[in-house]
Design a binder for this molecule. Structure first.
Ligand SMILES: Nc1nc2c(c(=O)[nH]1)N[C@H]1C(S)=C(S)[C@@H](COP(=O)(O)OP(=O)(O)OC[C@H]3O[C@@H](n4cnc5c(N)ncnc54)[C@H](O)[C@@H]3O)O[C@H]1N2
Ligand code: MOO
Length: 341
């Protein structure tokens, strides 16, 4: 901070608000702290009686908070996002498209370890609509050392992207609904409509649903029929638990393919299975997915649709934050469920 004559103040940054009083008419802020003084401000400052002012000097080693925040946000931003205008040393990052929010949380911690920088984001791995606020990038002082921004830029370049929105692919989904009670028409299928709705909301559609008995060969055969029909993702429903008639995991194993995992640290959704037949994910969905509003389905399927190949480790990470409180009105994703990943 230094004192300068207003005549020399162009391009410098005001250190404090400047108040103007016009008797009987006005009392308020004429210039805001942080304002970059322009040539045309000089006569006005003189009429308020300011021949000398306190300024932060912006030189080639420093940056004004707004310029610095913009550079920080540009460094943090990957694809699928837009930047808002800089204001008060802050730039917001918004979703430019609807899709899956990804945040490199390890890189984020390193950026925030740099003194005088602050980047705050939403939790990763949630589906966001275009226009949603995802992150705020803030510079703490009015004027910051350029070196700090350069450090952040280097870090972001090495960990690119820190924040991005991945588009969801539109998949043709095959459903294998298991259960003697459905197959013999003792009760009506309720899983199909739930899945049609959920996949529809994610931009995917149901190719075909095959209803089968609790029979390993029938289930395995249905999986292969759907693969042959061109399904890009297959979900099997029910029969995922421990009763003698719960044969879906055995059927998925029998059908072949690579088993990624059986059992997930999420409640609801513990009896989940994930397997791959080449590039086609085959999911074993327990009964809870039909019943509860938000489950393992909502944590896993958007990531698969965003093109991620999930392995056991990805699912293990879901345990921290994997407990749904089963609120009367579900606010997911605006809650802690699934936020540990
Ligand atoms: N002793 C144990 N009991 C349970 C366990 C366990 O580990 N040990 N796990 C529990 C968990 S977790 C879940 S989730 C449920 C359901 O698991 P399943 O996937 O095996 O579900 P089903 O037994 O096939 O069915 C349960 C229930 O839902 C009805 N259902 C199933 N599919 C349909 C459908 N397409 N349409 C309408 N209704 C359907 C079914 O008739 C049953 O009433 O198991 C816990 N129990
Ligand atoms: O697969 Mo079950 O959730 O844990 O209800």
């Amino acid at each position: 901070m230094k004192v300068v004559s207003v005549y020399q103040a162009e391009g410098m940054v005001l250190c404090h608000d400047i108040t103007e009083i016009v008797p009987g008419k006005f009392k308020g802020r004429a210039f805001k702290k942080g304002h970059v003084i322009r040539k045309e401000d000089i006569p006005k400052l003189l009429t308020i009686g300011k021949e000398n002012i306190y300024v932060w000097e912006v030189n080639d080693k420093t940056l004004h908070e707004n310029d610095a925040a913009l550079r920080l946000a540009q460094a943090v931003a990957g694809s699928g996002v837009t930047l808002a205008e800089a204001s008060e040393g802050k730039v917001e990052i918004k979703a430019g498209i609807s899709g899956l929010l990804k945040v490199n949380s390890a890189a984020l911690e390193k950026i925030n370890d740099i003194d005088q920088l602050a980047v705050a984001t939403l939790h990763a791995n949630q589906v966001v609509e275009a226009g949603k606020k995802l992150a705020g990038c803030k510079v703490i002082p009015l004027v910051i050392d350029l070196e700090k921004i350069k450090n952040a830029e280097q870090l972001c370049a090495a960990c690119y992207p820190v924040v991005e929105v991945k588009p969801l692919q539109s998949c043709k989904v095959g459903i294998v609904t298991t259960g003697s009670e459905i197959y013999y028409g003792r009760i009506k299928d309720c899983f199909g409509p739930v899945l049609t709705e959920k996949f529809g909301q994610l931009g995917s559609s149901i190719l075909q649903q095959i209803i089968v008995d609790d029979d390993i060969d029938m289930i395995a055969d249905a999986i292969h029929r759907l693969l042959d029909a061109g399904a890009e993702m297959i979900v099997t429903t029910g029969g995922m638990s421990v009763d003698p008639d719960d044969v879906t995991p055995a059927a998925i194993r029998t059908a072949g393919g690579e088993i990624a995992l059986y059992g997930a640290p999420t409640l609801p959704g513990a009896m989940f299975m994930l397997a791959y037949f080449g590039d086609v994910p085959v999911l074993g969905l327990p009964g809870c997915v039909m019943y509860h509003k938000s489950t393992i389905f909502d944590l896993v399927v958007p990531r698969l649709l965003a093109g991620e190949k999930l392995v056991k480790r990805d699912i293990s990470k879901l345990g921290y934050g994997g407990l749904c409180l089963n609120c009367e009105e579900c606010h997911y994703p605006e809650c802690g469920f699934g936020k540990g990943s």
